[in-house]
Design a protein around this ligand. Sequence first.
Ligand code: OGA
Ligand code: MN
Length: 287
Amino acid sequence: MPTIAKVDFQITPLDAPLGAVVTGLDASQPVAPKRILQLKQALRDYHILIFKNQQLSDEQLLNFSFYFGALFVPLDETPVLASKPGETPLIISVSNVDGGYTGTGELTFHSDHKWTPYPSSGSLLYAVEIPSQGGNTYWLNTNLAYETLDIATKERIADLQLITYNPFLQDRNVPRNLYRSNKSIPLISPVFPHPLVRTHPETGKKHLYLDAATEVEVVGLEAEEGAVLIEQLRQHLNQAQFYYQHKWSIGDIVYWDNQATVHYREAFPANERRVLKRVSLAGSRPF
Ligand code: OGA
Ligand code: MN
């Protein structure tokens, strides 16, 4: 009788600034305590984990995700992708078809739900259908981005707080830069300043806590001075030496740490289907 090779559980770091591949684990089944602890440690070490060849029902995806934390639930006044007061889906359809939320365009580097008071600690994205080209996702190591800043910049930003304006709450009649320069214009959403240099709640490492394009304001700096600083930091952030580019296969689950990374998605052809399912985990107040 032919023997079927059993693939043993293995965590293999990528040859990249972040990321590890997990093989020999069936995420649809209960996972042994020892393995869960290994995965949690690997996430601290590598910031994103890539699980290959999975096949999960929605319930199984949720059950696997909840080994790593509770669900992120948005407040009514701080909407996020797909949120609806009182009825935000547990699993978000990251899809360009069938009522999905994310279209086919590029998504600039961001971490999930950063404008909320307690942003998501991590998200799991499960690939169900992928296009024949484009649609790769990149994850960027924000600890590396921080550590490679020059000393003067590190000192300058050490105690700064940053407001990230909620892109899901916008008064389209008022250019957002006026909120910064003309303080008599009322804000249409509550804002939650977070440290520009974030300390990871588990590893204690420092991370540049900034995304590539969302509208922001540095608390306490003149609008112009803040904008110049953010532009300089964003240019530094956006370097290939900090990121890993993931080409999806059906059955991949990528679990990333929103406290240690930002992610970006390439555009893909509008006539193709791309269907992924996302679970975002609750997080704590950044410090
Ligand atoms: C997300 C997201 C990127 C992608 O689900 O939070 O940013 O590749 N997705 O679809
Ligand atoms: Mn995202």
